[in-house]
Design a protein. Structure first.
Length: 198
């Protein structure tokens, strides 16, 4: 069974032994795979389809990084500080309730979800009838945020809301690198349309 580590544990120098073939080595000498939430190391000598996984290392949370600040590289420190600033800005500027949205005229409301500005500091702009009705920091791979905002729009405009249509540039930003994001965004749009009979 693979040994589990938190990122700031001493996994870099520990020597692992393959229970199948007896190979020994440190994490980075194994067959390393990188994933969104973690990385793992398997025996490099055994057959790929049956090789034992030797160790799993989870990426650090923001809290874990704060607690181990002296162990964080300068580059990672800059990235963490930047991420914290973004999250503070998002919290301050994000749409939280239907009361923040303007009243709109029209029996059928189609809102455009657009990306304005430059990456990575751009904004999501909600546009109706050529006018911007809301703006907040754009979230990369923000398909979950798309769903949250659509729920608020639906609360405000009810069955009159028939679609929230991402522009081409905003769609790529919403999807990011996540394979399933396209289905998530389109699923939200279908949910709107099915509730209105469109």
């Amino acid at each position: 069974m693979a040994k589990l580590f938190r990122y700031f544990d001493d996994w870099k120098t520990e020597v692992f032994t393959c229970p199948k073939c007896g190979w020994t080595g440190i994490f980075e000498e194994g067959d390393v795979e990188i994933h969104d939430q973690l990385m793992d190391s398997s025996c490099p000598n055994c057959d790929y389809f049956s090789t034992p996984m030797l160790a799993i290392v989870s990426w650090p949370t923001m809290e874990e990084s704060d607690q181990n600040w002296d162990k964080v590289s300068e580059g990672d420190k800059e990235a963490i500080i930047k991420r914290k600033r973004f999250l503070e800005k998002l919290e301050k500027m994000s749409l939280k309730s239907a009361a923040e949205l303007p009243d709109l005229e029209g029996r059928k409301i189609i809102i455009t979800w657009d990306f304005v500005g430059e990456e990575p500091d751009g904004y999501t702009a909600l546009i109706y009838d050529g006018k911007e009705i809301w703006r907040e920091p754009a979230v990369y791979e923000g398909y979950d945020r798309f769903s949250e905002v659509v729920d608020i729009l639906k609360e405000k405009y009810g069955e009159r809301l028939v679609d929230v249509e991402p522009t081409k540039v905003s769609y790529f930003y919403l999807l990011g690198d996540y394979f399933g994001a396209d289905g998530a965004v389109e699923g939200v749009r279908k949910r709107i349309q099915s509730s209105t009979g469109e």
